[in-house]
Design a protein around this ligand. Structure first.
Ligand code: FEO
Ligand code: CA
Ligand code: CA
Ligand code: CA
Length: 642
């Protein structure tokens, strides 16, 4: 059958526009659209799991135990995928949502009285009363609010989306869930610990940032800062030889307790002095089958270890599959993994080993618009034992150092990628990098800053405050090719020249935004762009004209018609939130979006403790702001944007 014709106007909505561009304790969508909260942090994923209803009082907000939290939606909703039910259907009325929970906010709104722990703080001085970082149940609760929720969702007879309370699919894969290790690093000496002397079975997934799905209906959750944020030690001092190991430095393992979490006081596998290999078991892509709760999730080591942002795929004519991935750090790389074998489209379980066998490549962008995928294969191009790579597992565990050796192109914080199966273009967001072209790179998200690099054609702005979007396409319509072409889609930034640095004016055809992060390509050739300006936005500059943030502000979701390049703003998030994980039902009538950490970052007019979105229950009655999946529909039930 012929493909349905795409209407000329797929951005047929009124742009969300405000002055200043901030939503307060609210979420704004265009006129004629409505939103509702579908999964909120602390709500039960399914009654079959026995999770209690959400409790929150003025005296104790997020009143939940660690055990209960393992059965509830987590915090910091990020990447997400919609899987129609039943498998193989195109159902837009019932499906499974797999939802990443990137982090657990260690602050008052999550009910954690987190005590700032620094390199000089001894655990004995931590707050001994109540919910301190030393309380084992607080650690369990923090762990439980990480990972992946799998929830069955459906559209009820009134058209409202609901979580199926008694679903047999409902579950949480969290920081203590048993997970297998697959691929070339399975069983390697660097993957073995006291609890797992074989290096084949571990507990937990962490730092679950972006995501992807395979063509055989499994979910891929991406561990971003998991290898560093959770690991610390008080036994090893700054002059310990291990901290001089360039491999640890490259993966941001540095002395001190100055981390987001203090689990190493309670769970010794996070203490670098006790289990120095446990960190090697994080920073991977993890495959989860949402349709089969009994199939154990697997870390796919063939795809390399770094700060995985998300993963997008394309299927080749010969049915081999290419997966495109970013390493989100200033001056880090874009990668591609190509399966060695073809997938079987007719037998989904026959594809269960596919991600354990293939070739990992890293991208080199030439200034003339060409590019090369360079293979990370032991024994080739200097990836030898003498250079620290005695086997393929070492190449994958230390993929960043292998890619350094090959001279890959250092990018401006590679965040998400999204693929257009029709044309073969893969869109990639480069969020920002104010260190580009400077004498010394500021830290950004990295604890061990990389040396700054000059601009180049693929990263064309010095002091790249607002980021940009590029796209690349493998040569000859063959996604296994080692050559590609690429171009810049847009430079993000202000819509005006009324900015102290004229370079901060973007090249956007339409509504202005900063710091592109999550992206999703839909069946109508639209690229949905979620912004995350908080890292770049360290002041209240956004309020005024004549600043580098003129006309910008809170984080938002935009849609770009990739046929014309036109961009329109579809959603403005609550203050301090980031917009992640957009997904459309196959019929285009429901748009799921994750609102991550509302109230926590900038810009913000209201203190986080005073925010109560999305419930809007008064604080005095236990109201609290919560990370949430929202579902957006047209008031008349029509297709979004048509
Ligand atoms: Fe979790 Fe790079 O965003
Ligand atoms: Ca991100
Ligand atoms: Ca980001
Ligand atoms: Ca964030």
């Amino acid at each position: 059958p012929a493909e349905p014709t795409i209407p000329p106007n797929t951005l047929n909505f009124t742009s969300v526009s405000r002055t200043p561009m901030i939503a307060g304790d609210d979420l704004i969508v265009p006129p004629g659209y409505k939103w509702s909260a579908l999964t909120k942090q602390g709500d039960p994923i399914g009654s079959t799991l026995g999770a209690p209803a959400f409790r929150s009082t003025a005296a104790k907000r997020f009143d939940t135990t660690g055990a209960e939290a393992e059965l509830q939606f987590g915090d910091n909703h990020d990447g997400m995928a919609y899987f129609p039910l039943p498998y193989g259907s195109k159902s837009s009325d019932r499906g499974l949502l797999a939802i990443n929970h990137e982090a657990a906010r260690a602050n008052v709104i999550s009910g954690f009285r987190f005590v700032g722990v620094t390199a000089t703080t001894d655990p004995a001085t931590l707050d001994p009363a109540g919910e301190t970082a030393m309380n084992p149940d607080v650690v369990r609760k923090q762990k439980a609010f990480h990972g992946v929720s799998v929830a069955e969702v459906y559209r009820d007879s009134a058209g409202k989306w609901q979580v199926q309370a008694n679903s047999t699919y409902a579950r949480k894969v969290h920081a203590d869930t048993p997970i297998a290790i697959g691929g070339p690093a399975r069983g390697h000496a660097a993957m073995r610990t006291g609890a797992d002397p074989t290096g084949t079975q571990m507990r937990g997934t962490l730092g679950n940032c972006g995501s992807g799905a395979t063509p055989w209906g499994t979910y891929l959750t991406c561990e971003e800062d998991s290898h560093k944020n959770y690991f610390a030690t008080r036994e090893m001092k700054a002059d310990d030889p291990r901290f001089q190991d360039p491999r640890w430095a490259r993966y941001s393992l540095v002395p001190g307790y100055n981390r987001d979490y203090t689990w190493h006081f309670v769970d010794k596998r996070f203490d670098l002095a006790v289990e120095p290999n446990e960190t090697n078991r994080f920073g991977w892509i993890v495959e989860i089958d949402p349709y089969d709760p009994n199939w154990q999730p697997v870390k796919r080591t063939a795809m390399g270890r770094f700060a995985h942002e998300n993963v997008a795929h394309l299927v080749n004519a010969d049915k081999r599959v290419a997966f495109y991935m970013g390493d989100d750090q200033n001056f880090d790389y874009i990668y591609k993994f190509v399966t060695a074998k073809a997938m079987d489209p007719d037998n989904r379980t026959a594809n269960r080993g596919l991600l354990d066998d293939g070739t990992l490549y890293v991208a080199k962008f030439n200034d003339d618009g060409s590019g090369t995928w360079m293979p990370l294969i032991q024994g080739q191009n200097g990836l030898t034992a003498e250079n620290g790579f005695p086997d393929q597992a070492s190449v994958l565990i230390w993929a960043r150092l292998a890619a350094d050796k090959l001279g890959a192109t250092q990018m401006d914080r590679p965040e998400w990628l999204a693929s257009d199966a029709g044309s073969g273009w893969v869109y990639a967001t480069l969020s920002n990098n104010t260190g580009r072209g400077s004498a010394t790179a500021p830290g950004g998200t990295t604890a061990a800053p990389r040396a700054a690099q000059p601009k180049n054609a693929a990263n064309p702005r010095d002091k790249n405050l607002h980021g940009h979007i590029i796209r690349l396409r493998d040569a000859g319509g063959d996604v296994t090719a080692t050559k590609f072409s690429w171009n810049v889609v847009l430079l993000a930034g202000t819509g005006t020249s009324d900015t102290p640095d004229p370079a901060n004016k973007g090249t956007i055809n339409g509504d202005a935004f900063s710091s592109p992060d999550s992206v999703m390509f839909d069946a109508w050739q639209r690229l949905w762009i979620g912004s995350d300006a908080a890292d770049a936005l360290k002041s209240s500059d956004w309020t005024g004209k004549g600043t580098d943030w003129s006309g910008l502000g809170g984080d938002m979701l935009l849609a770009m018609d990739t046929r014309t390049g036109q961009v329109k703003r579809f959603l403005l998030a609550p203050d301090g939130a980031e917009v992640c994980g957009a997904q459309l039902t196959p019929d285009g009538r429901a748009l799921f979006v994750n609102i991550q950490h509302p109230g926590t970052e900038q810009p913000r007019d209201i203190p986080v403790e005073a925010m109560t979105w999305p419930d809007k229950i008064p604080v005095a009655q236990g109201g609290v702001v919560r990370s949430t999946t929202v579902v957006i529909t047209r008031e008349d039930g029509g297709v979004i944007g048509m």
